[in-house]
Ligand binder design. Structure first.
Ligand SMILES: Cc1ncc(COP(=O)(O)O)c(C=O)c1O
Length: 462
């Protein structure tokens, strides 16, 4: 790995390095910095909390930020949810989700329900449990043999669908596959099914086809298997509903969130548990046996609370919902002349571009080419931060290459309507890049120059 530039400052949509170079944070880093950088209100809330006390240990104290954040999150998630376990990363939130599922079945005396089912081409985190349920071959490989025995079913990807199916047939086939897998393992042995409502790092912003979430919820209910929604990347409003699965009108049993929860100001993640699950555990065993020293860290909760209040006050989730489709459409138009832009997809402001050698056959670029990384590097050199997703070819002969470009990247026309409103990048350019002088229209030249950079032949679009 080369020497990285030193970051010294952030303001709104931009970060600056020690040499004074400015970068438009087009993806909110790893889809995390949901309200932009250097927000004074959030910084003041953190500083005020630190002036009082940094952290009350969770077994000795509650605190106002903790209680207020908990009320706010439960209100955002809906009345079905009851209990929250805080942690410091998405991986920990997923670990807790897995453990809560196991403890629930233990509390009910169903002691054989220990297995997890997950999906291929998924990513749930880097700790051993979270990695065990991740269908991400490159990240798993060195640890194979020490991971949990997890069963994987097909990814739900309309662009690269199971058996070439589409629409309702695809949904039915995926649900049937899950149904058969649970039956084969034995419903009395399966604890939970975990999935990302919109796949992030492992696929490049892949939403499941319409009806998928409801269909798998029904399968799991039939077999008494819990549903865990990993919304670490796609949740907390990024997809245009506060819970990503709200879009599908589906309530999971356990929900993991992270990244956008405190917008990167202080590490904070949460595992949010459905009332029925939490109450069963508490009645039988007194408490949820998970969490860490810094669970519910007071200053982290103050950061989360400040970020979430801004999101609520400025109706940012509704804004993402209203504008996400336009952003996708304009992106499609802006990139239409590039044969390599095979698919532009996503939900809300979690949007990905899948690059292919041939649009008709969807033939991916060879993995050795590391094209998405090359584009990510090139964009970075030109002052645009995006989120390349590479590898994870799964058991297929091809490897998908894609670039996830989220948040503040929009074509000029969309940008224009926001310029006036928003000379105040640091205040209201939350999930978006409204005030940015650079935008996804910048991606076209980057894609063009990257083609040369990556050793590809020029096309007529050049
Ligand atoms: C869906 C999903 N789950 C879990 C994680 C792990 O989160 P963290 O890196 O904060 O541990 C990620 C990280 O990218 C993610 O995208």
């Amino acid at each position: 790995m080369g020497v990285l530039p030193r970051i010294v400052r952030g303001e709104g949509s931009y970060v600056y390095d020690a040499d004074g170079r400015r970068y438009l944070d087009g993806s909110g880093g790893p889809a995390a910095f949901s309200i932009g950088h250097g927000n004074r209100e959030v910084n003041a809330a953190i500083a005020a909390q630190l002036e009082q006390v940094a952290c009350g240990y969770r077994y000795l104290f509650s605190s106002e930020p903790l209680e207020q954040l908990t009320s706010l999150l439960l209100a955002c998630c809906g009345p079905e949810f009851k209990h929250i376990v805080y942690s410091g990363s998405g991986s920990e939130a997923v670990e807790s989700a897995l453990k809560v599922a196991l403890q629930y079945w233990d509390a009910r005396g169903l002691l054989a329900k220990k297995r997890f089912i997950a999906r291929e081409r998924s990513y749930h985190g880097n700790t051993l449990g979270a990695l065990s349920v991740s269908g991400f071959l490159e990240r798993r490989r060195p640890f194979e043999g020490s991971l949990l025995d997890v069963s994987f079913v097909s990814a739900a990807n309309a662009y690269r669908p199971l058996r070439g199916l589409a629409g309702a047939e695809l949904v039915a086939a995926l649900a049937e596959e899950l149904d058969e897998r649970i039956s084969a393992l034995g419903p009395d042995r399966v604890a939970a099914f975990i999935f990302e409502p919109v796949v992030g790092a492992a696929g490049g912003a892949v939403p499941a086809p319409d009806g998928y979430a409801r269909a798998i919820r029904a399968v799991c209910d039939r077999h008494q298997v819990l549903v865990i929604a990993d919304e670490v990347m796609c949740g907390a409003g990024r997809c245009g509903t506060w819970r990503a699965l709200e879009h599908d009108r589906v309530v999971p049993d356990i929900l993991a969130i992270g990244k956008g929860l405190a917008g990167g100001y202080i590490p904070l993640a949460a595992t949010i548990v459905r009332r029925t699950v939490a109450e069963t555990i508490v009645a039988a065993q007194g408490t949820l046996l998970t969490g860490h020293t810094y669970s519910g860290h007071t200053a982290a909760c103050a950061a989360g609370l400040a970020v979430q209040r801004i999101i609520e006050r400025e109706s940012l989730v509704a804004r993402v919902n209203a504008r996400g489709e336009t952003l996708q459409r304009e992106l499609r138009q802006a990139l239409a002349r590039f044969d390599e832009a095979g698919d532009v997809r996503g939900r809300g402001y979690l949007i990905g571009i899948e690059l292919v050698q041939d649009r008709a056959t969807k033939e991916p670029f060879p993995a050795e080419r590391a094209l998405s990384q090359a584009i990510g590097r090139r964009a970075f050199e030109e002052g645009l931060i995006c989120y390349p997703c590479a590898g994870n070819g799964g058991d297929r002969p091809h490897t998908r290459r894609s670039v996830t470009l989220t948040d503040r990247c929009r074509p000029r026309s969309v940008r224009q309507d926001c310029v006036n409103r928003d000379s105040c990048a640091s205040r209201s350019n939350r999930f978006v890049m409204y005030s940015s002088p650079v935008s996804l229209s910048a991606v076209a030249p980057i894609l063009r120059s990257t083609r040369a950079y990556a050793g590809m032949a020029p096309t007529t679009a050049d």
